[in-house]
Design a protein around this ligand. Structure first.
Ligand code: ADX
Length: 194
């Protein structure tokens, strides 16, 4: 390929040290409307209040920009998540704590992200019942998927493979949100990221 990695003088730990933090990627998988982005939002507010420099990567947002050429076929989801993981790697290299909210439906997607991010990858599965997600249906997408207006919709016409290796966050009720954010913070502490 005629490419050689260039090593610059400053590295991740230099960048981390001026921020007094340790970079990692909190990766949340789960059905659409399971609460991933809501948890990401609360988590970011808490980490920010602790003086940590964070960034949220979210499915809808990245698909409106970086990944606007991708749809929801299995291959496009693979590419969507590969690119996202590479961006997380860059942000970790920049010293940031990244919070990801992506359906990431296939085991191979999470394994690939882990392969790209190494031991800085912390995986969580936001577990809300399909019926709960469908009742919430904040964007009306489940309704469209059931009527056939949207194809390949996760949980309806496209599969979701539950992760065995992730920390499970049961998120069926409003009351679960704070509890789940605290579980993530506990995991971050346990792994010496906080
Ligand atoms: S992933 O499968 O590639 O990880 P991602 O998290 O980026 O998905 O995007 C999911 C978001 O796209 C959903 O929250 C929903 O708002 C929207 N969306 C639109 N079409 C679909 C679809 N067919 N399946 C799942 N989500 C969809």
């Amino acid at each position: 390929m005629n490419l050689t990695k260039h090593d610059f003088n400053l590295n991740r730990s230099d960048r981390e040290s001026i921020k007094n933090q340790k970079a990692c990627t909190v990766w949340m998988s789960g059905l659409s409307a399971s609460g991933k982005s809501t948890i990401a939002n609360i988590l970011e507010i808490k980490l920010h209040a602790m003086g940590k420099h964070t960034y949220i990567m979210d499915g809808d947002n990245t698909r409106l920009g970086l990944n606007s050429n991708l749809g929801f076929s299995d291959e496009d989801r693979d590419e969507n998540l590969r690119r996202v993981a590479e961006v997380c790697k860059l942000m970790n290299d920049a010293g940031l704590i990244v919070i990801c909210s992506f359906i990431s439906p296939f085991e191979r997607n999470r394994l690939k992200a882990k392969e790209i991010l190494g031991d800085r990858f912390l995986e969580f599965y936001v577990d809300a019942d399909l019926s709960t997600c469908e009742d919430r249906d904040p964007k009306g997408l489940y309704k469209k998927a059931r009527s056939g207006e949207i194809k390949d919709f996760t949980g309806v016409s496209s599969p979701f493979e539950i992760s065995d290796s992730a920390v499970r966050l049961i998120n069926n009720n409003y009351d679960d949100l704070d509890k789940n954010v605290n579980i993530i913070i506990k995991e971050l502490k346990k792994n010496n990221y906080l």
